[in-house]
Design a protein. Structure first.
Length: 104
């Protein structure tokens, strides 16, 4: 059951479903990255940023600028690994659920 709270919705457990989606997408990409057999130069950067993004999301709705920055770092680190493209796309879609950063 979803309840409206201002602009955000929450599940009956009280968690914003956007956060749930983001955490699921980050978890999937982390698993696929861990299972990927090839080493590549920025693998550690991707792993660190995914861990930081998961920690940020576990604290509730993260700020949009932080999400966008993390997405850019992760995409830059794993973007050339085609086997991870689908999981990376899911992270991007989950980040997009939070909307655009404020124009300033």
């Amino acid at each position: 059951m979803l309840k409206s709270v201002g602009q955000a919705r929450v599940t009956s457990s009280g968690e914003d479903p956007r956060v749930t989606e983001l955490r699921a997408a980050v978890s999937r990409l982390r698993r696929e990255l861990a299972a990927h057999p090839a080493e590549f130069p920025d693998r550690a950067i991707a792993e660190d940023e995914l861990a930081a993004l998961d920690a940020t999301a576990s604290g509730g709705a993260p700020g949009i600028p932080r999400l966008r920055r993390s997405l850019l770092v992760i995409a830059g680190a794993v973007g050339s690994v085609s086997a991870l493209a689908s999981a990376l796309r899911d992270v991007r879609i989950a980040v997009d659920l939070f909307g655009e950063p404020p124009r300033g």
